[in-house]
Design a protein around this ligand. Structure first.
Ligand SMILES: [Zn+2]
Length: 175
């Protein structure tokens, strides 16, 4: 299963691990080890991270809370959940027996703290009102619109944007 990276922020990309949310949702991280691979693929860890079943379940709850916060459908408990994780310590550097630094993160819960903090930063920063859902009917990806004009509509110009343009040209030709 491949992951998508159009969000512009790790916390936004995390919500994309549930695909096609407005159509037929499917899990890009059906089991805990997939989430471990996602942390690695997202650049948050040097290697796939071991994720316990409990942390996996809690990670998916955080993911859904983030999605609601990003789309303005927030439940009161969502704020509490994000705060729970953002207050946790971040993964720290580890010292090996021969006194070298080991940056191999093994702390999945710490990585959820990274994601929660990223979301707090995004939701309270200048781009808070620039979190968008892709305008394509068959896409539900979120992205942060960092364009100057703030009128970006597609998660990616290479995929949804290109298809919309093609459809527009085709329609124009028929008229
Ligand atoms: Zn899209």
């Amino acid at each position: 299963m491949s992951f998508t990276w159009v969000g512009g922020r790790p916390s936004v990309d995390f919500t994309a691990t549930l695909g096609k949310r407005r159509q037929t949702p499917f899990e890009r991280v059906p089991v805990a080890s997939d989430l471990g691979r996602w942390f690695h693929a997202a650049g948050l860890a040097d290697h796939p991270v071991a994720v316990s079943p409990r942390t996996f379940t809690r990670a998916l709850a955080l993911r859904e809370a983030l999605y609601r916060l990003f789309t303005g459908t927030t439940l009161a408990a969502d704020v509490d959940l994000v705060n729970h994780w953002s207050a946790r310590p971040l993964p720290g550097p580890r010292l090996t027996g021969d006194l070298r630094a080991d940056n191999t993160t093994t702390d999945a819960a710490g990585l959820l703290s990274v994601l929660a903090r990223d979301a707090v930063d995004l939701l309270t920063g200048p781009l808070a009102d620039r979190i968008r859902t892709c305008a394509a009917d068959d896409c539900s990806l979120l992205f942060v619109d960092e364009s100057r004009a703030g009128r970006r509509r597609w998660c990616s110009m290479n995929t949804c944007g290109a298809r919309a343009k093609m459809a527009h040209y085709r329609a124009a030709r028929v008229d």
